[in-house]
Ligand binder design. Sequence first.
Ligand code: NAD
Ligand code: MG
Length: 394
Amino acid sequence: MRRLSILGSTGSIGKQTLEVVRKAPSDFTVEALTCGSDIDTLFDQIKEFRPKVCSVENPSKAKELSQKLKDSGIDSEVLTGKEGNIACACIDSCDTVVGAIVGFAGLEPVYHAILNGKDIALANKETLVAGGDVIMPLIREKGVSMLPIDSEHSAIWQCLKGEDRDDLDRILITASGGPFRGKSRKDLENVTVEDALHHPTWNMGGKITIDSATMMNKGLEIIEAHHLYGIDCCRIDVVVHPQSVIHSMIRLKDGSVLAQMGKPSMVLPIEVALYYPRRGPSIVSEFDPFDAAMANLTFEPCDTDVFRLVKLAYDAGTKGGLVPTVMNAANESAVRAFLAGKIGFLGIEKTVFETVAKMEPLVGGLELTIDAICQTDKEARIRADEIIDGIIKT
Ligand code: NAD
Ligand code: MG
């Protein structure tokens, strides 16, 4: 039985994690749930799963939830702020923390959970992009498990099971291509927020959906795979596969290629992580090789002249240190500005490139610690916001 603390339980991954729990309640307990501000969803989850403690990032929303629970006679404790999230990640009664917060905000709770000996089921890729060089050594030092939830990384993990890591030659990470696959730079100039939020195969939170439209999601995933599987970024290839049936592949030294496939659903990788090393019950509908969607599985290269953030991510991941931390922070600021209607779609790329160019020389010699990572994230956001202000004015 896994005793879970689910960070970001009201989001897309959080809800699907609770779906897995709901299907097999005797396999799990829910010890803690956290969210940013969506207390209506959190209230319903608390009523159903009765965690001992929960946390809401927004203090006034936390107060509101606390009153609502009291009025309903439910005695879950309500914490707030970053500290509340960290406390929920470290609660004694949990053994596994599901990292499903979006963005850099997910890093510190996960870091503290590892320090406290918890296994980590990780969806929050930004944690590894910004802090992989600190997180992965800590995972090994504490002897806990890192259980990947991101579907590509779950696929790679499953393919690697039983293989000697020295036999791994390359990783072929698949990508749907997002809503703008096949578009030119000119086409991208005028796409709207609504266009960018319309993902062809996956239904996800807003930030990752925009990352899929810019293809930065694949850039982040290259760096995530580099940290999880100890492989250089230059040995990771992006394969655009619009049907999202093959979730990634590995090529071994002898030329054998192993792939993991299934319907595009995050429930399965969540289940794979939470039941590791065993397999859980069948939850998603059965895979049918004769389904019309299977008749035409296609593969194409990623056009990095159009989706330039993929190139930048390769470069940042290769340089390492705090460069990916800067890139990630700038991307988060830029995506937020795009979603708020402040900058255009290509303004995201401009912001990230310019922030990295400005900050790279400054972070070069810094020692990699959790404090340096948090400080760099903060500074990169300030720089990115200045660049965004510049774009707004022109
Ligand atoms: P989402 O926006 O749907 O949910 C995010 C969750 O984090 C919500 O519960 C929100 O309340 C919470 N949150 C946001 N900011 C917070 C803060 N400052 N403090 C505490 N909680 C905060 O996002 P999602 O799509 O579920 O993605 C979550 C993570 O999983 C992301 O890192 C994403 O890249 C990764 N991921 C998602 C999918 C997917 O299919 N959705 C697939 C692979 C990986
Ligand atoms: Mg993914």
